[in-house]
Write a protein that binds this ligand. Structure first.
Ligand code: ATP
Length: 234
């Protein structure tokens, strides 16, 4: 069943049109990846889902029209966005960052429960519980950013370049965790420049080029597609 559907979505930064009619679908339980080169419109696609950029077209999430919805209502509706570059609160501790992620939850016990649950995926964060986010390594900060995204118990995680700037061993770890989250039931839309890795864990993929989807297929088929190999897997 489709959890997220985008139909002919256009996005604008002032006079600049960054998306020229994107259509894509993410079904419940899937990892769908959006791959493409620098400036193709990957981040803008996620921002348009989250109401962070001026958008036209149709976005339906969980049966509800989302276009022009307020960003905080979109978050409350079950969409967690983990933006590029991690953007954790550097001066706040791991604990405080996670609590901020559960901004609308009043029940302290529930917050604690969700933190404990996040630690099952990210035991490293438990060891760093009282450390300021900004003093942690890049990989730990990425883990914190994803864990923070989980704190609202979302229906979908939108991940923007989670592997960016990480050492290869950490890239492997992050992709493994994304897969574990999915196996536990989380639906994921994954934006990546690391197309090879992304397609290895995804069920399906879309290729975006200058604001348009030029191809979509099962991830395994994209991995063996010559055009994809040449342009994105070289
Ligand atoms: P990258 O991997 O480099 O982040 P991307 O595929 O995520 O690339 P976007 O960030 O979505 O690409 O950018 C799509 C287009 O929109 C680019 O041409 C970019 O220059 C433009 N763009 C993005 N953000 C803005 C902005 N705030 N103001 C003006 N143009 C922007």
């Amino acid at each position: 069943m489709s959890l997220l559907t985008m139909e002919a979505v256009e996005a604008y930064y002032g006079a600049i049109q960054a998306l020229k009619g994107i259509s894509l679908q993410v079904n419940e339980g899937e990892i769908v990846t959006l791959i493409g080169s620098n400036g193709a419109g990957k981040s803008t696609t996620l921002k348009s889902i989250c109401g962070q950029v001026k958008t036209k077209g149709r976005i339906v999430f969980n049966g509800k029209d989302m276009i022009s919805e307020q960003p905080h209502l979109i978050a409350l509706g079950g969409i967690a966005h983990v933006p590029e570059g991690r953007r954790i609160f550097p001066k706040l501790t791991v604990k405080e960052n996670l609590e901020m992620g559960a901004f609308s939850v009043k029940d302290k016990r529930l917050i604690k429960q969700r933190i404990e649950q996040a630690f099952t995926y990210f035991p490293r964060l438990k060891e760093r519980y009282h450390q300021a986010g900004g003093t942690m390594s890049g990989g730990e900060q990425q883990m914190l950013a994803i864990a923070r995204g989980l704190m609202m118990n979302p229906k979908i995680l939108l991940l923007d370049e989670p592997s960016m700037g990480l050492a290869p061993v950490l890239v492997d770890q992050i992709f493994e965790i994304i897969q574990e989250l999915n196996e536990a039931g989380m639906t994921i839309l994954l934006v990546e420049q690391n197309a090879y890795h992304a397609l290895q864990i995804a069920h399906r993929g879309y290729v975006i080029q200058t604001g348009e989807i030029i191809m979509h297929d099962d991830a395994a088929k994209l991995l063996s597609n010559n055009q994809v190999k040449e342009a994105y897997l070289a």
